[in-house]
Design a protein. Structure first.
Length: 324
């Protein structure tokens, strides 16, 4: 029987159990994939804790992975057994085998390894919609990206630099600052030691930036708004430090007719056409070498609890991949 990480009750890392699960057969429109690499994301922590609710308990964690097609369900076209595939919006990928919707699955092109695909699908597609759809970064822009040494940050900062932007990044340690600089950040702010809003105004000579990309949440709000120029965009796409409290929308007027948005990846890949187009753009920048996918940690699936401890303790940089 294949192994999987199961959560029987919401809680801490100890709530995850490594256990046998029955081999499932794909239903109509589905594929069974024998996974070779599993992506790890902070959204997995939200589901484990119960901040985001699973459909039912117990459940298997995970949204991202890559592997080989092992079986094909009724009505599926465009896929063959043995082909390499990857996915960012699956359910239950902390497993040796997973059932995925064919509509949410893409082929992994030659030149991209399974580990790279597993490490970049959710984070890379997030960077894609942030930079190309939420606020379309143009040559000459100066942008602010919080947690620039994180999984999304290291991809996004390289990509923004490739697009011709000047990139300001915030990080939590000197070690992470060096990593952020190596991946495209022109200016790095240690947000625990510095007033990042004041530094952004200094760097931009008082003008502010047109966009702030914020996956941190509580710890960086509302100061992120003070970094924006009039009509700027506050793009909140995560809350690793805790959720942003409800706020008076009038603050957006007071600080310069600002825009605030809370986009999600899953609305940006909701159709086959959107998924294929966005994934193709991601694969292209990776294959070209303009964006390198940093995998800084590898672990066994059986050690998922420790992986989560490191993730929550902010002891990770870049992407973490688990191997079944």
């Amino acid at each position: 029987m294949p192994k999987a990480i199961r959560v029987h009750e919401y809680g801490g890392p100890e709530a995850m159990s490594y256990e046998d699960v029955p081999t499932a057969e794909p239903g109509p429109g589905q594929l069974r994939v024998r996974q070779t690499a599993i992506g790890v994301n902070f959204i997995d922590v939200y589901f484990r804790k119960g901040a985001y609710k699973a459909a039912s308990l117990p459940f298997t964690l995970g949204k991202e992975g890559a592997g080989e097609v092992a079986a094909i369900g009724e009505g599926v076209t465009g896929f063959k057994v043995g082909e390499r595939v990857a996915y960012a919006g699956a359910v239950g990928t902390y497993a040796e085998e997973v059932i995925v919707e064919a509509s949410g699955t893409v082929h992994v092109p030659d030149g991209v390894s399974d580990e790279t695909a597993a490490a970049m699908m959710l984070k890379g597609l997030t960077a894609q919609y942030l930079l190309r759809r939420t606020y379309r970064v143009q040559k000459g822009d100066t942008i602010l990206f919080h947690a620039a040494a994180g999984g999304v940050g290291l991809i996004a900062t390289q990509w923004a630099k490739h697009l011709g932007a000047t990139v300001i990044g915030t990080v939590g340690s000197q070690e992470k600052a060096e990593l952020a600089r190596a991946h495209g950040c022109d200016h790095v702010i240690l947000y625990r030691d510095e007033d990042f809003a004041a530094r952004v105004k200094e760097i931009t000579k008082g003008q502010g930036v047109p966009v702030v990309y914020d996956g941190v949440g509580k710890a960086t709000f509302p100061a992120s708004l003070d970094c924006l120029r009039p009509f700027g965009v506050f793009a909140s796409f995560g809350s690793s430090s805790g959720p942003i409290d409800a706020f008076d929308i009038g603050i957006l007027a007071q600080k310069g007719s600002l825009f605030a948005t809370r986009p999600t990846l899953f609305t940006h890949i909701a159709t086959r056409e959107l998924l294929d187009a966005n994934a193709a753009e991601l694969f292209d920048v990776v294959k070209s070498g303009a964006v390198k996918i940093p995998i800084h940690s590898r672990a066994r699936l059986a050690d998922a609890a420790q992986v989560h401890r490191d993730l929550e303790g902010r002891n990770t940089t870049g992407s973490t991949v688990m191997i079944p």
